[in-house]
Design a protein around this ligand. Structure first.
Ligand SMILES: [Zn+2]
Length: 249
């Protein structure tokens, strides 16, 4: 057991399993007390003010270990049934919340490219190499993401008084995050988010733009978010439920 009061990994025994969690020290104005989260991929994160002794954090985790364990198992079960992609014709591809079918056309002289044609995402490639096809699909997601995010940012930012000019954004494929906002106000967005329905994209963009006003997850942050999207929790839950399908690689 680590005895230091610092950010990092800690663990608590629950029956014969170990609950491993990341402790994040947050200013007391951000997190007034200990808060335990189980992320969609099963990671456990605990936020606590710096003044909370580690012993109190461990006690809180121990007290809720049954709840944590159940949520971690549920998250793992959701992930377990999802098989890795093979990048062959017939597989489903999601874009803006709709399902399309992958159609791989192999032509020896083809330059890899992907195009949406009716219900198909047609990929032309010089061979059946999954790495090539996957790279081609990711490039397609990236270009769709740039266009869709640019358009939605304008719409979502419109009623936000604190956004005087649209924040710059960059795209980065991530497996654990939809987006983030740097202290200087630059957004990083996950191109795979473009697989999700538009309302989920709008929610993520709104969440990140609320960080231009509140650079934390304080009560005021959530108050602002709720004012602009009263049912954000429903949208977030739906997005979290799809995470394993969208991020399935
Ligand atoms: Zn945030």
């Amino acid at each position: 057991m680590v005895a230091e009061v610092t950010e990092g990994q800690h663990q608590v025994a629950y029956g014969d399993e170990q609950i491993v969690f990341t402790l994040r020290r947050q200013p007391a104005r951000v997190v007034p007390r200990i808060a335990i989260h189980v992320e969609a991929d099963g990671r456990v994160e605990v936020d606590a003010p710096p003044s909370t002794p580690l012993a109190a954090v461990l006690a809180a985790v121990r007290k809720r270990s049954r709840w944590i364990s159940q949520h971690v198992s549920a998250a793992r079960a959701r992930l377990a049934h999802v098989l890795p992609r093979e990048y062959v014709s017939g597989e489903s591809i999601q874009y803006l919340g709709k399902r399309y079918r992958l159609k791989v056309i192999v032509q020896a002289d083809a330059r890899p490219e992907a195009k949406l044609r009716g219900v198909f995402l047609v990929v032309r490639a010089p061979n059946h190499d999954a790495t090539v096809i996957r790279a081609c699909i990711d490039a397609w997601y990236r270009s769709r993401a740039r266009e869709v995010f640019e358009a939605r940012l304008k719409v979502v930012a419109e009623p936000l008084r604190w956004v005087r000019q649209l924040p710059p954004f960059r795209l980065q494929f991530m497996t654990r995050q939809w987006g983030s906002c740097s202290p200087s106000g630059r957004l990083t967005l996950n191109p795979w988010l473009v697989a999700a329905p538009r309302e989920a994209i709008d929610y993520v963009l709104l969440h990140e733009m609320c960080h231009l006003k509140h650079h934390n997850h304080s009560r005021s942050f959530y108050a602002t978010l709720t004012r602009h999207l009263p049912d954000w929790e429903r949208v977030k839950t739906r997005l979290d439920d799809q995470v394993e399908v969208i991020l399935r690689r």
